[in-house]
Design a protein around this ligand. Structure first.
Ligand SMILES: [Zn+2]
Length: 390
């Protein structure tokens, strides 16, 4: 289960589910509300509801095959699009579309790995024309397993990155004018005034209000494991918006947290998560903050050695044991080898290598040390992910 449960929005959810049960929902909706108020999460909830296989009165049931796939962001008929940065370099249209799709897949993979991650939105990201073409081609296909398909398109106002190129919005307009049968579009926007009026006129606006500080605090305590006082603080500062509160909490995180995330990515199943993490580092400047992070990774790994040696004791570092499930099932000598891998990476960082390349290699090597099933052999890196390697 990847997506966190929806908190709040009770009235709106009731209205939406009643309309859906009565088959009164229009095919195109626009969720409007402040940034961080949960519009995309709510849109995914509605998509899950529409595709649920259970009795209409129970939807979304959370138990059927469709609900499970949707919760894990794997449902073939629930399509989630959002702005991604433009790929660099001069590319053929096909290559550009492929790169934009890869960027989207990587974001989805990172979401699966850490559902609560809430990064500062990338202002350069947009819904470029090839993405809208991808949406159109998907919308023209038959649903894979359900009787219909649902498209969630987040931050839809970023469909027109420049006023001079309204092609993306016009391409979407054509789709909204004649939506394929059994296809539902849920667009979200915190700045609906930036949508083309023609696009906006095709959509039924639904106002999404912040869930409030009480609900936000409850979410932070229950889902993000924050202490009560911290949860209250971030809930207040966020103005009762869960997404904003998560971003604030992330920004003030424990300095060791990125290192723990790094080790967790190495221990996880998904290579795509490791690629996404490696790509999240700056492509240059390894001697600065990146070297500090490697020091912290080494410190975390040394704590893991202690935990794995003294596995009979329970109270060494309960926090770390909780944050790195499986830490005790890995033999101490594997952790020791992992530490020596970090030392090699630190040498490379001192030579001012590319942090993206260094972390990609390090994550692959750590994965081989820490994951018994990981195949030996050369690191399987996709060179395209690592720009400007030196
Ligand atoms: Zn269901």
């Amino acid at each position: 289960m990847t997506l966190h449960p929806v908190y709040g929005h009770e009235d709106l959810r009731r209205r939406l589910s009643e309309s859906a049960a009565a088959r009164r929902l229009p095919q195109s909706l626009l969720f409007v509300g402040p940034e961080g108020s949960g519009k995309q999460r709510l849109a995914l909830w509605l998509g899950t509801l529409l595709l649920c296989e259970s009795d209409p009165t129970e939807r979304p049931c959370g138990r059927c095959r469709s609900c499970h796939l949707a919760a894990d962001l794997q449902h073939p008929d629930l399509h989630w699009f959002f702005p991604v940065p433009s790929p660099r370099g001069s590319l053929t249209p096909e290559k550009r579309r492929e790169k934009l799709e890869n960027a989207r897949f990587e974001t989805l993979a990172a979401r699966r790995e850490d559902p609560l991650q809430s990064e500062e939105p990338d202002r350069a990201a947009a819904l470029f024309l090839p993405v809208v073409e991808e949406i159109r081609s998907r919308a023209s296909r038959r649903p894979a397993m359900s009787s219909g398909s649902v498209f969630v398109i987040g931050d839809a106002e970023r469909m027109v990155p420049q006023a001079s190129s309204p092609e993306a919005a016009n391409a979407l307009l054509k789709l909204l004018e004649e939506p394929p049968p059994d296809t539902m579009f849920v667009l979200t926007s915190s700045r609906p005034g930036l949508l083309l009026p023609t696009v906006r006129s095709r959509l039924l606006s639904v106002r999404v209000t912040p869930v409030g500080t009480g609900t936000t605090a409850r979410f932070l305590e229950t889902e993000a494991g924050l202490e009560s006082a911290r949860a209250q603080e971030f809930a207040l500062r966020s103005g009762g918006r869960i997404g904003t509160a998560l971003r604030l909490a992330e920004a003030s995180e424990d300095p060791r947290d990125p290192a723990i995330r790094f080790v967790r990515a190495a221990m996880a199943d998904r290579r795509s998560g490791r690629w996404a993490l490696a790509a999240s580092f700056a492509p240059a400047g390894a001697r600065g903050g990146f070297s500090d992070m490697l020091d912290l990774v080494e410190a975390v790994l040394r704590d893991c050695i202690t935990i794995s040696v003294e596995s009979a004791l329970s109270a060494i570092d309960p926090d770390l044991i909780q944050q790195l499930p499986g830490v005790r099932s890995i033999a101490p000598d594997r952790w020791v080898s992992a530490v020596s891998r970090v030392e090699q990476a630190r040498d490379a960082a001192l030579g001012n290598g590319n942090p993206q390349a260094i972390s990609a290699v390090l994550l692959a090597r750590l994965a081989r040390e820490l994951r018994p099933g990981e195949s030996a052999g050369p690191e399987r890196l996709r060179p395209a992910r690592v720009s400007g390697a030196s």
